[in-house]
Ligand binder design. Structure first.
Ligand code: NAD
Length: 360
């Protein structure tokens, strides 16, 4: 199979971690006889330095013509970098918002996995972390409170502010379909999170999710109120498979779910549109403090590449191989500095890429 992938190395540690992700993808391609066709584009600070803007129309077109986009990370030190003296619409992060909008990426996926070997980094009590967990947070990314009408005004001498939370049934249906599709590739359970005891938008959310569920008889659907979900994530995270939720609830819950894993260098993510197309990137930033030192952990990016194979190309076996290689490397005691613990062997970014490629 020929895979047309646009890569965005970006800034900071971005180019280092993308190089390692390509190394692992190339090992997969060799094993299974695929052809990886990469085209790099500039985004963020790297694009500002060359073109004066964080993302050009040509770069968007290149991304649009690919089957998927694999990104490192963008941005610099927000206090010292000259990029942050520019107006907000010309700063590195504006490139990310622009590409998400241009490619209509409405579904955000963030897996939170606790690896047995890294259980020590989990901030939860041992009796909870011992069970491990492997969940997928699915957040609606382009609707809801963050995109509704807002205003601040004065009424009878009192300042007032209004934000509007709106969803239509189509926005809910398309993300629900994604959530159930993804559950079919996992443990076949969807927990839909809302606040249906209070909010009309949540009652519509629940109704549409139930309609979509009828097309997925193999998937178990449960509803959970958002406040309860926040508690359950720290009390019993092993109960979750896919958590499906709207934009603001997902914003908060996905950070909570990430933090219970305890290891920022291990967290992958994806943003998808309604075709198979997606943008895959680690959850962490560009880590300018460690850029160019060959100490960054490339695993979050490599696991994002595995998600790309699974969700954009339906190459489940290949994705399984990458995930298994990560587990084996951890079992064999290799760690980058961010996840280092006593008795393990510390390796750099490049060596971690080599070790993973060898295990494919
Ligand atoms: P960060 O995630 O870059 O770094 C936070 C801390 O975690 C740092 O100490 C860093 O060294 C460490 N870290 C992060 N990733 C690591 C890895 N793979 N291996 C080892 N250590 C790692 O967050 P920040 O410092 O707040 O942001 C730096 C820049 O990244 C900012 O410009 C920010 O806007 C940008 N950012 C970009 C994205 C993105 O591209 N999607 C996301 C978040 C932040």
């Amino acid at each position: 199979m020929e895979l047309k992938i646009t890569c965005i190395p970006g800034d900071g540690i971005g180019p280092e971690i993308i190089t390692e992700a390509k190394k692992v993808l190339d090992a997969v391609a060799k094993k299974y006889g695929h052809t990886m066709n990469y085209t790099d584009i500039l985004m963020g600070g790297a694009s500002i330095d060359v073109h004066g803007v964080p993302l050009t129309d040509e770069a968007i077109e290149t991304a649009r013509n690919a089957d998927a986009v694999l990104m490192g990370s963008i941005g610099g030190n927000t206090t010292t970098s000259p990029w942050y003296k520019l107006p907000p619409n010309l700063r590195p992060e504006a490139g990310l918002l622009a590409i998400r909008k241009a490619l209509n990426l409405f579904a955000n996926l963030r897996p939170a996995v606790l690896y047995e070997e890294l259980a020590g980094a989990c901030p939860l009590k041992e009796e909870i972390s011992a069970a491990g967990f492997d969940m997928m947070m699915m957040r609606e990314l382009t609707g809801g409170l963050y995109f509704g009408e807002r205003k601040t005004f004065e009424e009878n001498g009192v300042m007032k502010a209004v934000d509007t939370l709106t969803y239509d049934e189509n926005e809910i249906r398309r993300i629900a379909i994604k959530g159930f599709d993804i559950a079919m590739k996992r443990k076949k359970k969807v927990t839909s999170v809302d606040k249906a005891n209070v909010l009309d938008s949540s009652r519509l959310w629940r109704k549409i999710v139930e309609e979509v569920a009828k097309d997925y008889p193999e998937v178990t659907l449960e509803h959970m109120l958002v406040d309860n979900c926040a508690m359950q994530l720290v009390k019993d995270p092993a109960q979750f498979d896919v958590i499906l939720t709207e934009n603001m609830f997902g914003d908060i819950l996905s950070d909570e779910a990430s933090m219970v894993t305890g290891s920022i260098g291990m967290l992958a993510s994806a943003s998808l549109n309604d075709s198979k197309f997606g943008l895959y990137e680690p959850s962490h930033g560009s880590a300018p403090d460690i850029a160019g030192k060959d100490i960054a952990n490339p695993i979050a990016t490599i696991l994002s590449a595995a998600m790309m194979l699974r969700y954009s190309f339906d190459l489940d076996q290949e994705a399984d191989d990458i995930e298994a290689a990560v587990k084996r490397v951890l079992q064999d005691g290799y760690r980058t500095v961010d996840i280092m613990s006593e008795g393990c062997t510390q390796v750099g970014c490049k060596q971690m890429g080599d070790l993973l490629a060898e295990r494919i």
